[in-house]
Design a protein around this ligand. Structure first.
Ligand code: F0G
Length: 481
């Protein structure tokens, strides 16, 4: 919850108490240098023991509530007909309003099943923006992803509250150009992850639905960050300030034909599902579920996680839970802005994003500025961020580099995990890095996997800049930090 202090300043205040803690480590810069060198300047290669604040992702890394942990203790491990599953279907019906549920082990498995059943070679799939796993699955099924975001979406220094909106005219143009039969569905991602966690408005979703319905195109909703999108609608869209998160979610869902999510984000567990009120959609996907995921009543999830998900879905409709990451992201971004460090605005749903094109303007996209920035942030602070730029965008079919629209280093905020002083520490070290940005140079691949290369790729720093940066850090801040 955002609270106003007597000075007029606002701060995010945690509406929970911390009763279980986990030890954190801050290894000195020389050890961090060794770790990032051994990991090919890829933050995915780092181990927890070398990381102070893990801001790689908010996926599966959130603090669970006491009620979630308690529910895990009473899970039913039956392979078929497991009672925990029926608690989940009840929660999905109550919160989202869907009758048919297909559980999967995580969000990308839902994308895999949707691709397998609905996408055929030559199809086009319009969407407000892609996520890495979405694009990979849809393309593997022979489809082409068409991103029809508004012009404002790529402006990282914007005040537009809904940069995740779909461009309605472009959507109409896509339908006119390709025809209904080439469009299996339209996909809307709640708080477009790769645009910096930017939401869409309810108004926009309703308009998208109107156009889609007119042409008989189903609307697929990626709700991995649904509670954050609903929270932003409450804060930013006229007429919603007094509506509950649950009410906003219900209004969102009235536009949706097929819903899926990664349960690892808003609902603070590990798992996922597809849900719908369309029996035929359910029946078309169902036969594939035991083959790829697991039987219908667990779908590859542990029954403990299914119990916790049923609780997590209900809890995410609490405004304080829905805003727990977003309020911290806002504070984080505002502190950077005060210090002149370029970040994506407005602050988004899952992370504070450093804009690497502005932070490191001297590094061309061919030398991966966002990857270099993520590595440099780790070196300067022990904070692990994630590259969300050209390294996260695979080459095209001819092997040519595809430059990403945005070059971002993502500092994700796992829900209810980090405190204000830890955020302040990160701001301080990254501010120091910004003052020494000229020391940071580009990267080049030494090992490049053919698909989703950002996971396992290995790179090396041009002109050995990592070691040079570490030397300056030791002189100015000290060798023991
Ligand atoms: N859709 C969105 C919007 C996501 O953010 C993610 C995952 C997925 C689908 C895939 O779900 O990981 O459960 O298979 N995002 C994670 C991240 C990986 O770090 O942002 P998953």
């Amino acid at each position: 919850m955002i609270v106003q202090l007597s000075s007029g300043k606002t701060i995010p205040v945690e509406m929970h108490k911390v009763r279980i803690v986990q030890k954190a480590f801050l290894v000195p810069i020389d050890e961090r240098l060794k770790a990032i060198e051994a990991g090919g300047y890829n933050t995915f290669s780092l181990r927890t023991k070398h990381i102070f604040l893990d801001m790689l992702t908010d996926s599966g890394t959130n603090a669970m509530s006491d009620n979630q942990l308690a529910a895990m203790m009473v899970s039913d491990d039956a392979y078929a007909g497991c009672e925990s599953f029926y608690k989940l279907t009840d929660a999905i019906k109550d919160v989202l309003g869907f009758d048919y549920v297909l559980p999967v082990h995580q969000g990308r498995a839902a994308e895999h099943l949707l691709s397998k059943v609905f996408i055929k070679p030559g199809d086009v799939i319009p969407m407000n923006y892609h996520f890495t796993t979405t694009r990979a699955h849809f393309e593997m099924a022979g489809g082409t992803v068409l991103e029809i975001f508004t012009d404002e979406a790529l402006n990282t220094q914007s005040t537009n509250p809904f940069k995740g909106n779909l461009d309605l005219q472009k959507f109409k143009d896509v339908i006119a150009k390709y025809g209904r039969e080439k469009i299996p569905f339209i996909r809307m991602e709640a708080t477009t992850n790769l645009l910096g966690g930017q939401p869409f408005s309810l108004h926009n979703l309703r308009e998208v639905k109107k156009i889609a319905s007119k042409h008989g195109i189903p609307l697929v909703f990626d709700g991995s960050l649904i509670s954050e999108n609903a929270y932003f609608i409450k804060q930013r869209e006229k007429g919603y300030a007094d509506k509950s998160i649950q009410k906003i979610i219900t209004e969102l869902m009235s536009c949706v034909d097929i819903f899926y999510l990664s349960g690892r984000k808003s609902s603070c567990v590990r798992g996922g599902f597809i849900a719908t009120n369309n029996k035929k959609v359910f029946e078309d996907i169902k036969p594939w579920l035991p083959l790829y995921e697991g039987f219908l009543t667990y779908g590859g999830m542990s029954t403990k996680e299914i119990e916790a998900m049923a609780v997590g879905l209900r809890e995410m409709t609490d405004t304080n839970v829905a805003g727990s990451a977003a309020d911290f992201v806002k504070y984080f971004a505002e502190r950077f802005i005060e210090n002149g460090v370029p970040v994506v605005t407005p602050p988004g749903g899952l992370a504070c994003h450093l804009d690497a094109k502005l932070f490191l303007p001297h590094i061309p996209q061919s030398q991966y500025p966002a990857g270099a920035l993520a590595a440099a942030v780790y070196l300067a602070s022990g904070v692990r961020s994630m590259e969300r730029g050209t390294i996260s965008t695979d080459r095209d079919k001819e092997g040519k580099e595809v430059y990403a629209d945005l070059e971002l280093a993502r500092l994700a905020i796992p829900r209810r995990v980090y405190t204000m002083s830890q955020i302040e520490y990160a701001v301080d070290r990254i501010k120091w890095l910004y003052g020494h940005r000229d020391l940071v140079k580009g990267l080049k691949f030494v090992e490049e996997p053919p698909v989703l290369r950002f996971f396992f790729g290995k790179l090396e720093p041009l002109e050995n800049w990592g070691a040079k940066l570490a030397e300056v850090f030791k002189k100015e801040i000290g060798p023991s930090f």
